[in-house]
Design a protein around this ligand. Sequence first.
Ligand code: HEC
Length: 114
Amino acid sequence: MMRTLAVTGTLALLLGLTSPLQAADIEAGKAKAQPCQACHGKDGNTPLDATYPRLAGQHASYLEKALKDYRSGARANVIMAGFATPMTDEDIKNLSAYFASLPGDLHDLSHHEK
Ligand code: HEC
């Protein structure tokens, strides 16, 4: 019994120590998002041009994939390649988490509430 508790405690401690390193940092993403706002809108919902995509409330995994594809060239766009090329994986994760966290109606959130 004591042994089980000790093991559980150690696991909880390990998880507590490792998860912040892997979790996306929304504040860090926000700090890097200023240049993006010029085109994608201050709130991620009001792009400069109707053909520029809205980012607010998009799935973080979708945004991450888009940025990685611009960086690798798998998705070709001169403008976004310029922004994505210098990004680290961490930048991509944080920026994606930030834009995903903004209120937006790109996809139906009702299934999250059930
Ligand atoms: C000069 C204007 C401009 C700036 C600044 C800009 N973008 Fe973009 N972004 C675009 C355009 C235009 C597209 C659509 C490109 C395409 O057709 O693939 C786009 C596409 C994207 C997409 C793909 C969205 C989707 O729905 O597929 C993401 C993600 C993105 N931008 C993130 C960012 C981030 C993060 C920044 C800041 C680091 C940024 N952008 C800065 C113009 C810009």
